[in-house]
Design a protein around this ligand. Structure first.
Ligand code: FE2
Ligand code: FE2
Length: 321
């Protein structure tokens, strides 16, 4: 049938994503009697009248051409703060929009870490943090869509999400003293590995273990991250602790400064947990991903050497079904 063939080249978009009184940047289609029909051409304004008509007809989804995916993602990135703060938008739609747009802005930041690209990440972190703080189930939604193929930018988004959620649990819900700003903290987690943007791609994406010389370069990324944040005017105390200390380990075997135990700031210890969890649960060309349960068990075994026990327990409780 025509419709099924046709649908292969389209993807659906929740109607709530489309902003009233703003121009659409892709052609929008709607489904009528199992057929896709044009609704609004690109560069036209989606008016209040359109909005009422769509609501009246009970249409929940638009369709856009598959080849317009990037335009649509850019459109979502432009309005991400509105999407995340709109109470009419269902949580799942918000989570998806956040993941898609932050992966895209993160990729851009890694390709070219200039100030305006880092600013794009900041814009969506604030409203997302509010959602994470208000809504317990959002974390489960987020985990179900996080991509488990490892790329530096998806890893950064995943760590940003897990570390933020753990920091909220640890500081806000458990009442531990926080001498830092939660929003800046969250932003720091998303950018914890930004120093990797200076690592040559043949080392960063090497499908196997690194040589000693390559490790020396890889281990520069905490300090390079610190420099990038400083040069772009994005360095805060929070981001500095996170960038510099997220590879330090409790027993002093980490890098770059071999700091031990309480010399490592708790906000960096939070990042270390999220970082390892994501690395274990993501597939790489040379290793398969392991499931969340096995990853947590493995981390628990290593906790006396690598992680803060209280924080790891909080993390395990947070992810438990
Ligand atoms: Fe790192
Ligand atoms: Fe990392």
């Amino acid at each position: 049938m025509l419709i099924s063939k046709e649908m292969l080249f389209f993807r659906s978009v929740p109607a709530e994503i489309i902003q009233v009184n703003e121009k659409v940047t892709v052609d929008l289609f709607v489904k009528r009697k199992d057929k896709l029909v044009p609704y609004l051409p690109k560069n036209s304004t989606y008016t209040e009248v359109n909005f009422s008509e769509i609501s009246h007809l009970g249409i929940r989804k638009f369709y856009v051409r598959g080849k317009d995916r990037q335009h649509l993602e850019r459109y979502m990135a432009r309005y991400i703060d509105r999407i995340l703060t709109n109470p009419e938008v269902p949580s799942k739609v918000k989570v998806n929009a956040f993941y898609v747009t932050s992966s895209q802005t993160m990729q851009q930041a890694f390709e070219d870490p200039r100030a305006e690209h880092l600013d794009n990440i900041k814009r969506s972190v604030k409203p997302m943090l509010k959602n994470i703080m208000k809504n317990e189930s959002i974390l489960k939604d987020l985990f179900s869509i996080t991509q488990h193929d490892y790329y530096t930018y998806t890893h950064s988004v995943n760590v940003g999400i897990f570390a933020t959620a753990l920091a909220v649990r640890y500081y806000v819900d458990s009442g531990n003293k926080l001498d830092l700003n939660m929003e800046k903290l969250s932003y720091g987690y998303f950018l914890h590995d930004i120093g990797k943007s200076r690592i040559p791609l043949n080392i960063l994406n090497k499908p196997g273990s690194l040589t000693e010389e390559e490790w020396v370069i890889m281990k520069m990324h905490p300090e390079w991250g610190y420099s990038i944040l400083m040069e772009t005017g994005h360095l805060t105390d929070e981001a500095a602790y996170i960038a510099l200390q997220h590879h330090e380990q409790i027993d002093g075997s980490g890098y770059p400064f071999a700091k031990k135990g309480s010399d490592i700031h708790p906000c960096a210890r939070i990042c270390a947990i999220a970082d390892t969890f994501d690395a274990l649960t993501s597939a790489r060309p040379y290793k398969e991903a392991i499931g969340p349960y096995d990853a947590l068990k493995l981390m628990q075994k290593q906790s006396i050497y690598d992680f803060d026990y209280t924080l790891l327990t909080t993390f395990i409780r947070m992810l438990a079904p």
